[in-house]
Design a protein around this ligand. Structure first.
Ligand code: HEC
Ligand code: HEC
Ligand code: HEC
Ligand code: HEC
Ligand code: HEC
Ligand code: HEC
Length: 291
């Protein structure tokens, strides 16, 4: 059931206008001011509004949510999502929505125990099931949404600090570097139609071995443990790192009106990435850092 919910959220891209004032609610925001059906179990300490409906304060612990400036809201605040923080957004969803108890909901799990493709999983994103062994042209990929949007809806949050900063068009020099890297390493790092970095420039939606490892589109880090996903480890350098970046971060926050927090952790296991990031390979495909 949750699978359908996720898909719905992905497909209905609505932009709601808040009745109170003229602030625009974020596109694809969850429905509010709704009476929960029998399928929903709202935890006792999540307050409903006067009409017994799920509303802003049911989900958000920040006071007077409606009166806040939506652009400046502190999404890092522990109580941004009530009783947070949650390590996975889906953990929050499951506070009210039923957890599918026979199967974990992960579209990225595309291979069955025999290593065969689970065709239904392809249809989350593709209009038709592609045969990975075919030679597929860009215009035959047939995604349900443009590639730069296909991850939203399921991944609601800016998933990590640099994800947003990266949705930019590489300058000429970097574009050349990327092309050269792709040719030399026979790897694929696609940019959006308007030339910007997007989620799938760095990530692959597919786990390893859906697409043949010899093909550029199939080159990625070899980890296949989708149950564990990305594994991080807290690191003693965290404090030093934060201190080092403090000024830049304050500047970024002042410029964007957001309040990013840095939490330096080491990546222990990577997955769904075109190149490893923990040894810097991924970054070096685009950036030339001084040694
Ligand atoms: C059923 C739960 C739920 C209800 C009800 C709800 N929200 Fe949210 N809201 C969320 C979740 C989950 C997110 C984070 C998703 C995201 O980042 O887009 C969010 C994000 C937001 C954001 C940050 C958007 C951004 O991306 O910067 C604002 C502002 C917000 N909600 C305001 C409101 C207001 C105002 C109401 C009432 C009119 C409301 N919410 C009702 C769950 C809810
Ligand atoms: C506070 C409880 C609550 C939480 C937390 C919550 N939901 Fe919901 N959700 C509801 C209610 C209530 C409805 C209205 C439908 C119903 O009552 O069955 C709903 C409906 C939906 C729908 C259908 C939307 C529509 O337009 O009909 C989707 C999709 C959805 N939720 C996804 C999510 C996701 C994804 C999350 C986590 C980010 C989430 N929900 C968190 C209570 C919640
Ligand atoms: C979460 C979204 C998503 C799902 C689910 C998904 N794909 Fe894709 N697929 C993409 C995107 C985005 C692209 C274009 C970028 C790329 O090639 O990675 C793509 C591209 C492809 C390509 C073309 C690769 C090339 O050579 O350029 C093949 C083949 C493919 N997908 C097969 C599949 C199959 C088979 C499944 C089901 C087992 C599947 N996809 C499920 C998002 C998805
Ligand atoms: C239909 C929903 C859906 C779509 C669409 C989707 N994802 Fe996911 N993704 C998930 C779920 C579920 C997980 C498992 C972790 C979790 O529960 O949040 C996940 C996990 C991940 C992970 C981390 C692996 C882990 O488990 O730690 C990455 C990276 C990721 N997705 C990237 C992408 C990218 C890139 C796209 C767009 C091409 C995308 N996803 C589209 C649902 C989705
Ligand atoms: C510049 C490269 C880059 C871009 C662009 C990027 N990511 Fe990531 N992402 C990473 C790296 C590196 C990691 C951490 C290691 C890993 O995934 O194995 C990561 C991790 C993740 C995770 C797992 C987070 C966790 O803690 O479990 C998700 C989910 C994810 N990315 C989704 C996305 C989505 C959605 C987008 C587009 C909005 C995106 N990423 C854009 C490089 C990138
Ligand atoms: C696909 C190419 C690509 C990859 C891979 C990539 N970057 Fe970037 N990076 C960019 C682009 C494009 C920008 C935006 C440059 C601009 O602001 O004009 C950027 C900007 C940045 C910035 C500045 C962001 C800010 O806040 O202003 C940092 C820091 C950075 N990248 C670090 C990394 C690290 C670390 C990695 C590896 C995990 C990485 N990048 C991987 C293309 C890439």
């Amino acid at each position: 059931m949750f699978r359908c919910l996720m898909m719905l959220l992905l497909l209905i891209s609505v932009s709601m206008v808040n009745a109170k004032d003229d602030q625009e609610m974020p596109a694809m925001h969850h429905v509010f001011d709704v009476e929960p059906s029998a399928a929903i179990s709202v935890p006792d300490d999540f307050p409903l509004n006067k009409k017994k409906r799920v509303d802003c304060q049911t989900c958000h612990g920040i006071k007077d949510m409606k009166q806040q400036d939506y652009e400046k809201i502190d999404k890092q605040s522990e109580d941004f999502l009530r009783e947070g923080p949650y390590s996975q957004l889906s953990d929050f969803c499951y506070r009210c929505h039923e957890v599918d108890n026979y199967q974990r909901d992960n579209v990225h799990k595309m291979l069955d125990d025999e290593g065969e493709i689970i065709e239904s999983s392809c249809l989350y994103c593709h209009k038709k099931v592609l045969k990975p062994e075919d030679d597929i042209k860009r215009d035959e990929i047939n995604l349900r949404l443009p590639a730069e949007k296909i991850c939203y809806g399921c991944h609601l949050f800016t998933p990590h600090i640099n994800a947003l900063a990266h949705q930019k068009k590489p300058d000429k020099k970097m574009a050349k570097r990327i092309r050269r890297y792709q040719d030399e390493h026979e790897i694929m790092m696609p940019l959006s139609d308007d030339g910007k970095v997007m989620c799938v420039t760095c990530h692959s939606a597919h786990p390893i071995d859906v697409i043949d490892r010899d093909k550029p589109a199939g080159k990625q880090v070899a980890n296949d443990d989708l149950e564990k996903g990305v594994v991080y480890r807290a690191h003693a350098w965290g404090k030093v790192f934060a201190e080092d970046k403090k000024n830049r971060l304050q500047k970024l926050n002042a410029e964007t009106g957001k309040s990013y927090v840095l939490n330096y952790q080491r990546i222990e296991k990577e997955i769904l990435l075109r190149l490893p990031a923990k040894d810097g390979s991924l970054c070096l495909a685009c950036h030339a850092f001084e040694k």
